[in-house]
Every structure is written in structure tokens, then in C-alpha cells.
Design a protein around this ligand. Sequence first.
Ligand code: RRO
Length: 313
Amino acid sequence: MLTTNFGPYTYQNPFMNASGVHCMTIEEMDGLAHSSAGSFVTKSATIVAREGNPEPRYIDLALGSINSMGLPNRGIDYYLDYAIKKQAEMPQDAPFFFSVAAMSVEENITLLKKIQSSAFEGITELNLSCPNVPGKPQVAYDFELTAAILKDVFSFFTKPLGVKLPPYFDLAHFDQMADILNQFPLCYVNSVNSVGNALFIDPVSDTVVIKPKEGFGGLGGAYIKPTALANVRAFYTRLKPEIKIIGTGGIATGQDAYEHLLCGASLLQIGTQLQKEGPAVFDRLIHELSTIMAEKGYQSISDFQGKLKSITD
Ligand code: RRO
């Protein structure tokens, strides 16, 4: 019932982790591979392993989470070795996702050249939206830089590639970014990364709740669902149909998942709620989404995907 098509691929269900959650180590990634999730993505990798920012750097909140992890990861070789071994065990029409993030244009190119020349046959996600590295603005808020990077990348990269985007808040920005993305043979866009540089205050101690960047960090969870839905919908209605949408942001229930699919998402990533609940979240979401679909009389996701209704006279 929950089978979802994603370009040439078919997944058993649309649910997977959001990069950064439950995917730093081989043990965590294997945990996802053996869970009910339809797929998984690795933690964004850089060329050299990184410790990330000082702790506390992630905090669960009643309505979501705030984080400033600072791109901690084991380095690309760790994830690429794992991915190449693991892909042999996975169905060929449902490959998993390999995320990379860089501190510079040159590092982006080096990372993707490494993947291009490797035996990895899955899907690569280029994270253009890390909000938490001190002194490094998010690439995807710089439209010219984003276009230049994609031009460089597609001069040599021929494997399936998608981009992870931050939330945008202006229709003009949706238009501009969609114009850029439509010029490239992207397989998908993933909207959204966390809402960058939020600030949460502990009401008892009057202090910030995470240590890096004087408490500023990326917001996730229920706080950001309406923004995530807007971004999914805005790109679904602007991008060429070959570019699929992964919906990420504020999915904690079957209803949240249903809404992302209604806006046009093909796959759904769970960040904050996976961190709070662990991989059992996927069983619950599968059950809840199936129940909603049955109540509405839908047999498959394609029956309602993208079919959000407007109010007309
Ligand atoms: O590691 C992080 O601080 C981080 C990254 Br790379 C990202 O893309 N999104 C996020 O919320 N945190």
C-alpha cells in the first residue's frame, strides 16, 4: 500500500531518517537498514573527519529540537567504504542515500569526484544547507554560488544526485531557486533542512540551551512543519517533473506524513522525531499513514500525492 516511486526507483514505504539523525556510525546505519524504514541516508561527510561543536549541541524541546552539531562525522572514506559494501545487500531498485557537505567549493568538488570514481551506485545528496559551521554561511542562500557549484558538479558527475535545501521564506526566492535547479539534471531536492539560527531560552535559568554559537542553532520538529510544507509545495509546483521532492520537517505522525505527500513529496525524512523515539518510529508512522489512507479510500500514495486542493469560488 505504501510503495513509493522515486524516479526510476521504488521503495517499500516513503519513510527514512533525515541526515544527521541515527546515521553517524556503521551500527546506527545498520540499525536503519534493518528497521522498517523504506531507505536511509548517511550523516553528511566531509573529506576529513570532524569532531563538531562542543556539547550540549542538540536538545529536544516540547515542540521540536534545536541543534548546532557542527558537522561531526567520520570522514568520507568511512561512509564510502560502508556504502560500497552495504549496497550489495540492498535491492538494486531501492538504493540508499549518501550525503556530503563541504566547507568550500573545492571541497564539494573533491568529495563528488571521489564518489564519481568509486564503486558506489546509490544516490548522492549534496547538502547545501548546513546552518551550524561558525563563519560559514549556508551555500543555498547564495543563489549565484549555488548555480556555480551545480555547473561545476555536473561537468563531471554522472551518478544520481539531489540537493538538500534550507527553507526559503519568499515567493521570489522559490522562483529564483527553482529557475536555477531546473537547469540541471538533478534527481531530487530535499526540503527542508533545519530553520537556521533559532534561539531557545531555558525559562528557569535564563540561559541558552546549547553551547555553540551562544545558543543559536537549527530548529526542527513541529515548529517547522508549516514552513517545510510550504517549501515542498513551492518546489513541487515549480520544478520540472523529473526532479522529485523529499519532504523533511516536522513529521511526527501519519497525518504529518500525509500532508507532505499531499504537497508533492515522494519520500519523507524523519529527524527530530527519530531522535526522540528511535527507529520504532517507522513502524508507528507506517501504521498511522496506512490507517489515514484506508479511511480516505486510497489504495496507493500515487492516488493523492501532490493533489493538495486550493480554495476556489
Ligand atoms: O551537523 C550539523 O550541525 C547540521 C547539519 Br551538517 C545540517 O545540515 N543540518 C543541521 O541541522 N545540523
